[in-house]
Every structure is written in C-alpha cells, then in structure tokens.
Design a protein. Structure first.
Length: 298
C-alpha cells in the first residue's frame, strides 16, 4: 500500500505496550513507530475482537483510523482507547448490510481522516447450527454480514483506493476451505469472500490496488471462539493446533500492519493463514465435538 509518509505526528510510545493487550508487546521492536504516518485506514467490525486489535496496531504505527460497527457504545469505548496514539479516529455506527450507510461512512472517513488507502473487512457473524435446523433468514443473515458486507465496503472504498493506490484486506476463516459441522452458513460466506478477494485482485490490479485475505485460526478472547467453544473448550482447540496454543488477536494485527506498508505492494490475490498450522489437522475432530455437543450421536 502506497501512502504519504511523515504527515502526522509520531505516536507517543509511552506505556502503549503495557497498557493495551491488543498490541503485540514487541511491535515497536520490529516495526518503526510512525511508519504508517499519513495513511488512512477504515475497518469494518472495528469495535471489538480482531478488528479492534487491527485498529490499535495501525493507530500505534501512526495511521488515522476509522472503525464501523453496529453498537455505538462499543465504538465509543474503542475510540477512547485509540485516541491515546495521537492520530485521528472516526467511528461510524452502521449496519454493514446497508450499502448506502457504508458508502456514506467511507466518504465521511475520507474527508475527516484523509483518503482511505487501507480497507480492512473484519465484520462477521457466527453461531453453531446444522443446516436442517437453520432458518433461511438465519443463513442469510450471516451471508449478508460476512460476504455482502465485505462487498459493500470494497465497492464503497474503490474510488478512494484507486486514488491512493491502496489495498484491501478481508478476514476469512478455515470454514472456507473445509466442511465444518454446524457451519454451512459460515462456510458459504467465507468461501464467497475468498473468491471475491481473488476476483477483485484480478479486476483492480490495473489500478494498483492489492486485495488479500488473512485466515485466522483459533484466536483467544474473541467472539468467534466463544461461539465455537462455548468458552469451555480451550484445551480441545489447543489440541488441534500443531503449535499447541491459541493465537492472539495481535498476531493477526501484526500481519495486517505489514500488509498496510509499501513492503507488501506486490502481494495481491492471496490468502495467508495465521493459525499455528491448525488447517493441517482438518475439521474431523471439530465435527465430532459439535455432533456430541448437539446430542446427535447415534
């Protein structure tokens, strides 16, 4: 992602690493403070979880950040925490399924924070349910939040990304690549996001816009893990990861920050897994766990 450098003040490093667990404690050892000065990021689902961690990391490196989500209270709390880095922070309480509202938020963000040159689509919904027990509306809701919401944001950001020669990042999931019991809705949505990413990378490459996905594995203290584990299956998830631990949201944010720099300008159309190797173990053990928890054993 190309961006103007040195146009805003360098972030205040004091106590950032100790005050906020959303940031990797070693961030400033490997990425120069202020390396994203002058850039403008817009993050959907930025009020919590992985999206918020990405917002913290980008802001800590000097970016102006706009975040959107449905809950104004979460956004306010996030804004208060992000302002410590010294950059411009804008929040937008919008439903990602509302294309007009998303476009308006992006336009406003571009005016107040500077033209958007990094779009991160992290809004997502999930629950566990077998296909036959799920209503069409429930299935549609997840597809609309994940896939349609990503499309809304990407289309709404296109002109700004074109003008800035920026890039877009979509947060995907392992359900896009393997069948997971009780996850037909998520699998359909995330597989769609993967193909959308590749198609946009193909179509928008002539405008010097990069488009990529990150595929997180099990990430601790996130809504996704709460849904998939009920908050009581950490040992199970750890056992499915070859590196034998859960990931941290900051580890997704670290890669996101790298992809926001000019060092990643020639990376496009690819999915990068940040999962400790969890994809290598397949979905069979998860499937057995879900079948058992739903009382579907024969």
């Amino acid at each position: 992602m190309k961006h103007p450098l040195g146009q805003s003040s360098q972030p205040n490093e004091t106590n950032h690493m100790t005050q906020n667990s959303s940031i990797d404690p070693s961030l400033y050892e490997y990425m120069t403070p202020g390396c994203l000065n002058g850039s403008s990021a817009f993050i959907t689902g930025g009020g919590s979880g992985i999206g918020l961690s990405i917002a913290h990391t980008l802001a800590a490196l000097g970016a102006n950040v706009g975040i959107c989500g449905r809950r104004a209270d979460k956004l306010k709390h996030a804004e208060d925490a992000l302002l410590v880095y010294g950059g411009k922070i804008a929040t937008f309480a919008v439903d990602i399924r509302d294309a007009d509202a998303v476009c308006e938020a992006l336009e406003t963000c571009g005016r107040v924070n500077g033209p958007v040159n990094y779009l991160v689509c992290a809004a997502a919904g999930n629950f566990v349910a077998s296909a036959e027990s799920m209503s069409s509306n429930a299935f549609k809701t997840v597809v609309e939040i994940d896939l349609l919401g990503t499309f809304h944001a990407a289309k709404g950001a296109f002109e700004q990304l074109k003008a800035t020669k920026g890039s877009a990042l979509f947060i995907s999931a392992g359900q896009a690549f393997a069948p997971y019991y009780g996850q037909s809705h998520v699998g359909a949505a995330k597989a769609g996001i993967e193909m959308l990413m590749q198609t946009l990378a193909l179509e928008w490459g002539e405008n010097s816009i990069g488009v990529n996905c990150i595929v997180p594995g099990p990430i601790s203290n996130t809504r996704g893990m709460e849904v998939l584990s009920g908050g009581e299956a950490e040992d199970f998830w750890v056992s499915t990861v070859p590196m034998r631990r859960l990931g941290q949201a900051s580890e997704i944010a670290n890669l996101s920050a790298f992809l926001a720099t000019p060092l990643a300008d020639f990376i496009t159309g690819t999915s990068i897994r940040v999962d400790g190797g969890q994809n290598l173990t397949g979905s069979s053990r998860f499937n057995e766990q879900v079948i058992q928890s739903l009382g579907l054993e024969e």
